[in-house]
Design a protein around this ligand. Structure first.
Ligand SMILES: CC(C)(COP(=O)(O)OP(=O)(O)OC[C@H]1O[C@@H](n2cnc3c(N)ncnc32)[C@H](O)[C@@H]1OP(=O)(O)O)[C@@H](O)C(=O)NCCC(=O)NCCS
Length: 186
């Protein structure tokens, strides 16, 4: 194992499934996250592309410690510690006991291997059993078959559709609304 791999492995595991773990995001992750947030094809899986400049990115990273409405994790391969993506709960409401879920496997080679499904389950477990939330919702583009299937597998239900709600890559796409209650998590 290289010294760099050893260093990566040092990030403490917050939660783990057979192959991936969720860990806090470290400063060493910043360059990779910066590349991903500026990868146009990757960003367009779930939002319109616009460049994110480094000061803004670093401000977001440093600001994570202050946020009570958001919790973010790095997604890593447990065996090697390799960073493959990020996931987060946003808009956390202590009144409604709800939040919104977002996930991005930035490493294209890591997609389609079941890692996203593991990470979604870990994040839901955190939402329901650490934060004591009651409901988690999300929005997903109608064109994103892999994401829709991943959420369905985790127990999310379809709750509605916003027609032509996003303009992505020169075309309007429908946005699906999905949600899961604590007792529905699988
Ligand atoms: C969406 C994402 C998290 C899914 O994670 P993943 O590890 O690639 O997905 P998994 O391997 O766990 O597969 C989950 C399900 O989706 C299916 N799937 C995977 N890739 C697919 C594809 N390209 N098209 C259709 N279905 C696909 C799998 O077959 C599996 O379903 P099954 O159990 O019925 O066979 C990941 O692909 C990703 O981060 N993509 C880029 C960013 C993104 O789209 N984020 C979500 C925005 S809402």
């Amino acid at each position: 194992m290289t010294a760099q791999a050893k260093k990566r492995k040092a990030a403490p595991l917050a939660a783990s499934a057979p192959r991936v773990g969720l860990t806090p995001i470290t400063r060493d992750d910043a360059p990779q996250l910066f590349r991903w947030i500026n990868d146009r094809d990757l960003v367009r899986f779930n939002s319109a592309y616009q460049p994110v400049h480094e000061p803004t990115h670093m401000q977001w990273l440093e600001g994570l410690t202050q946020r009570t409405d958001l919790v973010a994790f790095a997604i890593r391969i447990r065996r090697t510690g390799r960073l493959i993506g990020v996931c987060q709960l946003t808009a956390i409401s202590r009144v409604h006991r709800s939040a919104e879920l977002q996930i991005r496997l930035g490493d294209a080679a890591a997609r389609g291997r079941g890692y996203g499904s593991e990470a979604v389950r870990l994040l839901l477990d955190h939402a329901f059993h650490d934060l004591n939330l009651h409901r988690v919702s999300l929005q997903v583009f109608d064109t994103n078959a892999a994401a829709i299937r991943t959420y369905e597998r985790a127990g999310f239900r379809h709750e509605g559709r916003l027609r032509d709600a996003a303009f992505i890559g020169g075309e309007y796409v429908d946005v699906r609304l999905m949600g899961i209650l604590r007792e529905e998590a699988v």
